[in-house]
Design a protein around this ligand. Structure first.
Ligand code: NCD
Length: 353
């Protein structure tokens, strides 16, 4: 089965063919209006969502298919204590494809283990959000000539921002990109992402000032502080609020063709007056979510079967306290071996041994 849990599951050619298809779909919608007729998508949203959930649903409806699912697990048997495995086993018999958003890291990979239909990760805790990355790439592709030789500034909550983690990992597959991570000390990009950047020989720097970094950027990716993730934290949410705000004034120093992206929702990190700046692309980015997901659904539902990941089972618990394996205890303790290190198959955390 072809799942999309992490964009690393797809070859570069596949990602590019999805983006090209999305561009084609955008100007040829009527040609796709029956492409998925009689197909059903189940949107299983254990966490709140506006754009991701509705763009998956819109995408399937525009492809001629149907939608089932829930947007609040307390209205499903999960409230009665049903585990993820049983929920997925059943729903994958009803639907042709599942889009799942979950608060736990690795939950989408766990769901894929028990599903009889393709599973798409619509965000797993603070881990990854690959379909947002497709949307981001599509928006960049419409404006910039390539995904290489660019300087990206990521600003805000880089610790919990799954959209940032997915996009950075994907951009490392292109040549000569540079990353400037702008955050407070408490909300820095995770070490595992820094290690991947170092291993790929790309450059990155960390900064605590948007004003001092903005003139170097080709793309500025703003993010909100992820309030809902702070229950696992020692740092208080209130101490992290209002550090970074993009204002019209700050933009004076930026390149005239810098692209401003934001996965949305915006809370207060971009001033409303920026919306009318021609560089602000975040509303177009959100609209592109439908085309990217239409292209993805058609790709996944027509793709041939692929091999499972080579993993090893070790009798050790993942040290990430947000990992799905620490909540859904029946999950096999699977790890991916890379040189002498082991990484959790579900949430990517390095195992301490
Ligand atoms: C993002 C998410 O859910 O990770 N939103 C989205 O999917 N468009 C970003 C966020 O919630 O801050």
């Amino acid at each position: 089965m072809k799942h999309l849990v992490d964009l690393d599951d797809f070859s570069l050619e596949e990602v590019e063919s999805i983006l090209n298809k999305a561009i084609y779909i955008k100007s040829n919608m009527s040609k796709f209006s029956n492409a998925m007729s009689k197909k059903i998508i189940a949107t299983l949203f254990y966490e709140p969502s506006t754009r991701t959930q509705m763009s998956f649903q819109t995408a399937m409806i525009k492809l001629g298919g149907q939608v089932i699912g829930f947007d609040n697990p307390t209205n499903s048997s999960i409230a009665k204590g049903e585990d993820l495995k049983d929920t997925i086993k059943i729903i994958s018999e009803y639907a042709d494809i599942i889009a799942i958003r979950h608060n736990l890291e690795g939950a989408a990979r766990a769901a894929a283990c028990f599903s009889s239909c393709p599973v798409i990760n619509a965000g797993d805790g603070g881990h990854l959000h690959p379909t947002q990355t497709l949307t981001d790439l599509l928006t960049i592709k419409e404006t910039k000539s390539s995904f290489s030789n660019l300087t990206f500034g990521f600003c805000g909550d880089l610790k919990h921002g799954r959209t940032v983690h997915s996009l950075v990992k994907m951009l490392l597959r292109y040549k000569n990109n540079k990353f400037i991570f702008i955050s407070t000390d408490q909300l820095k990009i995770p070490d595992y992402i820094k290690k991947i950047i170092i291993a790929s020989k790309n450059q990155f720097e960390e900064s605590c000032s948007l004003e001092n970094s903005i003139d170097k950027l080709d793309i500025l990716y703003m993010t909100r502080i992820q309030k809902e993730r702070f229950k696992f934290e020692k740092t208080a949410f209130s101490a992290q609020k209002n550090f970074f705000k993009l204002k019209k004034n700050t933009l004076k120093k930026a390149k005239s063709d810098m692209l401003i992206l934001h996965p949305l929702p915006r809370v207060d990190e971009i001033d409303f007056e920026v919306d009318s700046d021609p560089r602000a692309a975040y509303f177009r980015q959100a609209a592109n979510g439908v085309f990217a997901r239409m292209a993805l659904i058609t790709h996944v539902l027509s793709a041939p079967n692929v091999e499972n990941f080579p993993t090893v089972t070790i009798n050790k618990c993942c040290c990430n306290d947000r990992c799905v394996t620490n909540f859904e205890k029946y999950l096999p303790k699977r790890f991916i071996k890379n040189k002498e290190s082991y990484f959790c198959h579900y949430c990517s955390q390095k195992l301490n041994i």
